[in-house]
Design a protein. Structure first.
Length: 58
């Protein structure tokens, strides 16, 4: 299991802390997405500097 999958899984598990209704679904989804992004950054598949305009100078 790579860091992307681990991050997504960890985010979804942490999101399950709120287990009531549609709001809990949205919280779980948001935390899952945060975990996915963190995992992609750790795998080197996503460079946050490029997203925010602070990428490497050529």
């Amino acid at each position: 299991m790579n860091a992307t999958q681990t991050g997504l899984l960890a985010g979804l598990i942490l999101g399950l802390a709120a287990t009531q209704g549609f709001t809990a679904f949205l919280v779980t989804l948001a935390i899952g997405i945060i975990g996915l992004v963190a995992g992609r950054v750790l795998d080197g598949e996503l460079d946050l500097g490029e997203l925010f305009g602070k990428g490497r100078d050529k």
